[in-house]
Design a protein around this ligand. Structure first.
Ligand SMILES: [Zn+2]
Ligand SMILES: [Zn+2]
Length: 348
């Protein structure tokens, strides 16, 4: 992966707005702002360059639904060949890489095994997530929207997942060889350790990322067998945010779940399941000592964004910083592998 270079004038209004969204999302600014800019992008995509220019000159941009004061100023400056002031200040505030550490691993990253779209609780269409991944120099990404039980996150029913798989095929067909969107899921782990989607559908996916979102406070003697059962499920490829901890941020704090980590990670090792290093700053999951335990046992890892918006795909740099500091080498990190190797591993 590589950091996109800061844009220069002249810049198209759409590119300026997209870069602003990327920066605000990566900086975890309020989604209200970003949503407004994304609505503007949709609106001006429909009306085309010539009309946009005319409206800038006539001062009638704001008559278009979805264009407010900030958007109108950005579009006006971009159309006149000036770098929009809003973009300049967003670059100043959020343009720096999220971390200086982990640069070597970051450069080695090729993909992501955990990313959401607006089909579940993400904020953006699949296509927009893909475009951002391409711009970051990623080669592949698994689309892992939530499973049915997670109604709070608009989890995908059997029917909706089936529809989504067709959409993924269509997007892949339009992309050619430059990028691969893998069929995936973030599947909920039930209390008994079974997975929250039908086997025949899981069979159709390239990768299955499994995680726990309920009863996080179970005692270890219940949580450990629940996790081990999920890891032993032949469909499971990744054990995501395994402790469920929240360390900072708007959702408050939550202590890590209690389980026998050695047993769970041994099961990962024996079943070729990767332990996810979840890059979201509020998760920072697993904590250092568990990453070290999985490292010493010989587990595979994956560095994932768990992005719910395009700009958040770059949060993987935070996971890279941690992995590099803890001595996890690139060859053990599935998300540095070429996509064919990932497919073979996941189906192996
Ligand atoms: Zn999750
Ligand atoms: Zn997720």
């Amino acid at each position: 992966m590589e950091q996109p270079t800061p844009p220069q004038a002249p810049i198209s209004p759409i590119d300026a707005l997209r870069r602003i969204c990327f920066l605000l999302e990566r900086g975890r600014e309020s989604s209200y702002r970003v949503d407004a800019f994304r609505t503007t992008i949709e609106a001006i995509t429909l009306i085309g360059d010539a009309e946009l220019k005319e409206r800038v000159e006539a001062g009638t941009l704001k008559q278009i639904k979805g264009i407010g004061d900030s958007s109108a100023a950005i579009i006006g400056q971009a159309v006149r060949g000036v770098l929009p002031a809003y973009l300049v200040s967003a670059e100043e505030k959020h343009g720096e890489p999220l971390t200086r550490g982990g640069a070597e691993l970051y450069a080695a990253l090729r993909g992501d095994l955990h990313a959401h779209s607006n089909w579940s609780d993400g904020g953006s269409p699949i296509e927009e997530m893909v475009l951002a991944a391409v711009e970051l120099g990623q080669e592949w990404m698994a689309l892992t929207d939530h499973s049915p039980r997670l109604t709070i996150a608009n989890g995908l029913s059997r029917e909706r997942l089936t529809d989504q798989l067709k959409r993924v095929e269509a997007i892949n067909a339009s992309l050619g060889d430059a990028f691969t969107l893998l069929k995936g899921i973030e599947v909920d782990i039930h209390l008994d350790g079974t997975l929250d989607q039908d086997d025949d559908l899981l069979d159709q996916l390239d990768v299955v990322t499994a995680s726990i979102h309920s009863k996080l406070r179970q005692p270890s003697f219940e949580m450990t067998p629940r996790m081990v059962a999920a890891v032993r499920n032949p469909h499971t490829n990744v054990l995501a945010h395994c402790t469920g901890q929240l360390v900072t941020g708007g959702r408050g704090k939550r202590p890590p779940s209690q389980f026998d980590a050695e047993k769970v990670f041994r099961a990962c090792l024996e079943n070729d399941v990767a332990v996810e290093i979840n890059s979201r700053p509020e998760r920072c999951d697993p904590p250092d000592e568990l990453i070290e335990l999985a490292r010493d046992l010989g587990c595979l890892f994956t560095i994932d964004s768990d992005a719910h918006a395009p700009g958040q795909l770059d949060m993987k740099s935070l996971g890279c910083e941690r992995a590099e500091r803890l001595g996890i080498t690139a060859e053990r990190i599935v998300t540095t592998w070429p996509v064919e190797d990932v497919r073979a591993w996941a189906k192996g």
